[in-house]
Write a protein that binds this ligand. Structure first.
Ligand SMILES: C[S@@+](CC[C@H](N)C(=O)[O-])C[C@H]1O[C@@H](n2cnc3c(N)ncnc32)[C@H](O)[C@@H]1O
Length: 203
């Protein structure tokens, strides 16, 4: 609350005083701070990512921001190998060094070989760039293709931004629910209007 008041008071002065790149940098820092405190993000970092890390294997993280930079080391702490992808070249600095690609998720199956990942983590991308249903279906098909049979897919999404992505016939046919965290195949965080869906590619 106090931060909100300070932000509201400071923004017009900052706009006048600061050059645009500095303003954007400050905005990004504040956004990262807000995201890190979100209850759904706390669940992700404290419980969900460690559960995937425990599985090891080859892991793909989609969508890189300032606040995701430490996820790679976290995901690799049990011997896993993390790769990252983002459509924005400016976001490469937050991806994994030597294992990051600037690429469109919708054609991820043209970047990576079929059945080459144990896990794909797609959090906060549907509704933040991959918005249309047809685009989400194309992304799901592409992610399904690079996953090994039995491979794991995480879909994290805002309930007020998109329709349920698990409702696609493709998802119903190609995936089964995954009880990785012992919270069932769907972990909703109502306080954040957020849902995590845990899926496994059918064998
Ligand atoms: C809201 S951020 C979420 C970042 C991160 N995945 C997280 O958990 O917070 C959305 C990210 O997805 C990226 N993105 C959007 N559309 C994409 C696409 N078609 N292919 C790859 N990345 C995309 C954006 O550039 C942005 O970095």
């Amino acid at each position: 609350m106090l931060m909100k008041i300070v932000e509201t008071a400071v923004r017009p002065i900052a706009k006048w005083l600061m050059p645009r790149p500095v303003r954007l940098w400050a905005k990004d820092i504040l956004n990262a701070r807000r995201v890190r405190r979100n209850p759904a993000r706390i669940v992700l970092v404290q419980e969900i990512l460690p559960a995937y890390a425990a599985c090891g294997g080859r892991i793909l993280w989609i969508g890189c921001r300032r606040y995701t930079k430490k996820y790679g080391p976290l995901l690799e702490r049990n011997g896993g190998e993390c790769w990252t992808v983002d459509i924005e070249s400016a976001h490469a600095k937050w991806g994994e060094k030597g294992r990051h690609f600037t690429w469109d998720l919708l054609s991820i199956d043209r970047l990576f070989a079929a059945e080459s990942f144990d896990t794909v983590l797609c959090n906060g991308v549907f509704g933040f760039g991959v918005d249309a249903r047809h685009a989400q279906l194309a992304a799901l098909q592409a992610m399904g293709s690079i996953l090994k049979p039995g491979g794991r897919l995480l879909l994290g999404w805002n309930t007020d931004r998109i329709e349920d992505p698990v409702s696609f016939d493709f998802v119903q046919n190609a995936f089964v629910g995954d009880d990785l965290t012992a919270h069932g195949a769907r972990w909703a965080v109502p306080a954040a209007g957020y849902v995590y869906d845990f899926l496994r590619r059918r064998e």
